[in-house]
Design a protein around this ligand. Structure first.
Ligand code: PEP
Ligand code: MN
Length: 361
């Protein structure tokens, strides 16, 4: 199939396109549904890759678990019709084999697999010696070690093109999001692997349509490389994840509304202004470290008096007083209470450690 070869030779280039937009239904349901979704996505001119769940990891038995292998020829057909390369979730060696046999271009590891080293290793072993890009979703629990472990397992079997998909983390009783984004964890991962493709999946973070755009914009503001968004020709009737899917046309509209940001500019004025501000920040950070060090030295002196008089390190009343005062001040100075609480807790902990050293000496 000539068309297919052409697509695979341009895949490398595609993976470096920014922003990289991946879309398609949560699940392939019927041939008609998949082909129609693919064609309408193609018509937007904004989508780079077609996604579709073929095997669906469902929380409870008896739910729709995907059409299975019989959906793979539909994906092939969609690719021939639209020229869009395809991506599918794989969770077992058998699924890897089937996906490869039907020419799927990119594989992804789902959140429920990333948590399980046995599954990740099984997928990796099935991929040994295969040159295919693999995208790895974050594990459902907020554990960066598992996410890192999956990256390492893929790298060890020789997978060269690895990408990360941030789809949020499961948390009990969270109503705002289906999966809490915990942006700081994703950013930590991005800083650890700056060379890996970094994709945001607003659909599984939001679990609903009305907040998708907000999360998409946030991801673009944070310099993600691309987005994976679920779309369906008739979202309300979708066999899985109905609430979070949008039509290809709604997706088109949302992509039009996003303010796209770039990481760099040649503007000299911008660079000069930024440089001046960064100098100030460096200076302040430097002072902060020096002041913290001075604070700890005073703490040690207190520790010495406590030792001589046999007094406990932890003085709850005194500490509550400090926090109270700081919070009042935080409000006035435009700092969030959450930040000030975390900051003071960290300072307190460090201070206790310094005093403990004195008491133990
Ligand atoms: C999906 O992409 O449809 C999916 C099952 O995602 P996750 O692994 O993030 O739950
Ligand atoms: Mn889904």
């Amino acid at each position: 199939m000539e068309n297919t070869e052409l697509i695979s030779s341009s895949l490398e280039k595609l993976l470096t396109k920014r922003p990289l937009i991946i879309s398609g239904p949560c699940s392939a349901e019927t041939e008609e549904q998949l082909l129609a979704t693919a064609q309408r996505l193609k018509a937007t001119g904004k989508v780079d890759m077609l996604r579709a769940g073929i095997w669906k990891p469902r929380t409870k038995p008896g739910m729709f678990e995907g059409v299975g292998k019989k959906g793979l020829p539909w994906l092939q057909q969609a690719k021939v019709l639209t020229g869009l390369p395809t991506t599918v979730e794989v969770a077992t060696a058998r699924q890897v084999e089937d996906a490869l046999a039907f020419g799927v271009d990119v594989l992804w590891v789902g959140a429920r697999s990333t948590v399980n080293p046995f599954s990740v290793q099984e997928i990796a072993d099935a991929l040994r010696g295969v040159d295919i890009p693999v995208l790895i979703k974050n594990p459902i629990n907020p554990d960066l070690e598992l996410w890192t472990g999956a990256v390492e397992r893929m790298a060890r079997v020789g997978i060269k093109r690895i990408g990360l998909i941030h789809r949020g983390f499961s948390s009990y009783g969270n109503t705002e999001y289906r999966n809490a984004p915990m942006w700081h964890l994703a950013i930590e991962m991005k800083l650890k692997y700056p060379e890996l493709l970094f994709i945001n999946d607003p659909s599984h973070i939001c679990g609903r349509r009305d907040t998708l755009l907000e999360v998409m914009q946030r991801a673009i503001d944070l310099d993600y490389d691309g987005l994976m968004i679920e779309s369906h020709i008739n979202p309300d009737e979708a066999w899985s994840d109905a609430k979070q899917q949008v039509t290809p046309e709604q997706l088109n509209e949302m992509l039009d509304r996003i303010v796209w940001r770039k990481e760099e500019t040649n503007s000299e004025e911008y660079h000069a202004a930024l440089e001046a501000l960064r100098q100030q920040i460096n200076h302040i950070d430097d002072e902060l470290v020096q002041m913290l060090s001075r604070r700890m030295k005073i703490s040690e002196q207190i520790g010495k008096y406590k030792k001589d008089n046999n007094i406990t390190i932890l003085q709850t009343n005194r500490w509550n007083e400090i926090i109270e005062k700081a919070l009042v001040k935080a409000d006035r100075m435009g700092l969030s209470r959450e930040f000030i609480t975390r900051y003071f807790d960290a300072v307190h902990m460090e201070s206790i450690n310094h005093q403990k050293k004195v008491l133990d000496s």
